[in-house]
Design a protein around this ligand. Structure first.
Ligand code: BG6
Length: 471
């Protein structure tokens, strides 16, 4: 069997999002974001105001400890670091015309620190943290005016950081909008009261905004490369029956449409059919159509799990999963949170996206959420997280296989490279990191950082450009 080879210049790093690690929710002139009123993640009800039980208000205090954390990433050998900019730090309400200088200055300092260590920034413009005011005043992305607010925000970022940041992602997991309208689309109206017409219109607004950001980047920051970001969820037929295969196609289409639009600049026929069968008529202007032609430079995606699909109503039960669940696959094991573990699914999805879009691919999230136990070994506090090492090793081996299949892969940034607050459940005990953070679900803890066993393992994988992986 040939050895696993990653291309020279492959970007190795880790991924985070502002609302899950920064904390300092009301410092530096920051306004409230939708996350500040989501103390239980997606599963729980939102609150009227921030409440002390919301772990995201303090996060892991990255706002004050970023220099220490980035030094730890550098110690692991990161060549890239994915983080998001909190929209409400830059435009506290979202609809102002002038940005908040204190917010901009914070990310200047983060970029200074990354530069010092030779780490390439990978910036998400919008990661589930839209200003709350936009949700409450406009009903979020259902309103066309959000395109203009986002445009102003994106332009501000490209003008300020365009010379220093090469890689940009427009919206995190843009295909989650229909599943999590408040978190993903800042849509205040409760999900049950939303019509499909409203949801698909919101989707259209985001797609236009994403393409418009790409257009602006071309004008303002010519060295920037802009990517879309989708939640990938490979799907298998539960049985070999053609009816199940058709379900697979429908599930796939509902997710692939986002990448299709981002890479081709038009809505695909199957999507137009769906709209017409649902009786939905989207408001699409000529300017929208023109904007959509600004296609992306690369496609990035998260990958945690796969699902199955069936036409049999008796078996349609939905299992746990990353925002969108699916039918559980009886051949796979699952994490403690019910997310089914499937390293081969990553190779499949890489091949599928490459064959379909022929754009370089960037794996910007992957990882295992698990409960960790802090122990002392030779007087040093650590976590013996062999389960995490096994998960990441097996997934990276499949990335190597996809590269051998001819897929162009730009880099790999596993999720939550430092422990942070979970998006779905808002827990800290659902940990992904190479670095343990002493903070618990009840908010207690010193916030001290400790290197887990996986820290040394990942450093070795990076140092050897993947040669240290085991099949
Ligand atoms: C993705 C999100 O859905 O999965 C992240 O982009 C999120 O924000 C990650 O944290 C892992 O999900 P969770 O719910 O375990 O935090």
């Amino acid at each position: 069997m040939s050895s696993i080879t990653f291309p020279d210049g492959f970007l190795w790093g880790g991924a985070t999002a502002a609302n899950q690690l920064e904390g300092a929710y009301d410092e530096g002139g920051k306004g409230l974001s939708v996350q500040d009123v989501m103390p239980r993640g997606i599963v729980g009800a939102r609150t009227a105001e921030p409440t002390p039980d919301n772990l995201k208000l303090v996060g892991i205090d990255f706002y004050h400890r970023y220099a220490e954390d980035i030094a730890l990433f550098a110690k692991m050998g990161f060549t890239t670091f994915r983080f998001s900019i909190a929209w409400s730090r830059i435009f506290p309400q979202g609809d102002e015309t002038e940005p908040n200088e204190e917010g901009l200055a914070f990310y200047d300092r983060v970029l200074d620190e990354l530069e010092k260590h030779g780490i390439e920034p990978l910036v998400t413009i919008s990661h589930y943290e839209t200003p709350l005011h936009l949700a409450e005043t406009y009903d979020g992305w259902t309103d066309r005016r959000l395109i203009g607010f986002y445009e102003n925000y994106a332009r501000t970022l490209f003008e300020r950081y365009g010379a220093r940041v090469k890689y940009w992602l427009t919206f995190n997991e843009i295909n989650s909008l229909l599943h999590a309208p408040f978190m993903s689309g800042s849509i205040n109206t409760p999900k049950e009261q939303l019509s499909e017409q409203q949801l698909y219109q919101a989707m259209h607004h985001e797609l236009v905004a994403s393409a418009r950001a790409t257009r602006i980047a071309r004008e303002v920051a010519p060295n920037a490369q802009v990517g879309c970001m989708v939640l990938s969820m490979p799907v298998y037929p539960l049985s070999p029956s053609p009816a199940d295969a058709l379900e697979v196609m429908a599930f796939d289409h509902s997710n692939l449409v986002y990448g299709d639009v981002h890479t081709r600049g038009v809505y695909p026929g199957y999507f137009l059919r769906t709209l017409s069968e649902k009786g939905i008529e989207l408001d699409i202007t000529d300017e929208d159509r023109d904007d959509l032609t600004n296609t992306v430079d690369f496609v990035s995606f998260s990958y945690y799990m796969s699902v199955a699909a069936t036409a049999d109503p008796a078996k349609k039960a939905t299992g746990e999963g990353n925002i969108m669940g699916g039918v559980p696959n009886p051949t796979l094991e699952a994490s403690e949170w019910g997310w089914q573990i499937d390293p081969i699914g990553l190779r499949l999805v890489l091949n599928q996206f490459w064959d379909r879009w022929q754009k370089p691919l960037f794996i910007v999230e992957n990882g295992l959420g698990a409960k960790d136990q802090l122990v002392e070994v030779d007087g040093v506090k650590t976590v013996i997280d062999d389960y995490r090492i096994a998960y990441l090793n097996d997934h990276l081996v499949q990335v190597g296989e996809a590269i051998a299949d001819g897929v162009e892969v730009m880099g790999y940034t596993p999720w939550g490279c430092i422990d942070l607050v979970s998006a779905s459940t808002a827990q800290l005990s659902k940990r992904y990191g190479f670095i343990y953070v002493d903070r618990n679900d009840d908010g207690s803890g010193t916030l001290e950082r400790f290197e887990k066993k996986s820290f040394g393992w990942y450093a070795e994988v990076i140092r050897t450009n993947g040669a240290a992986l085991t099949r």
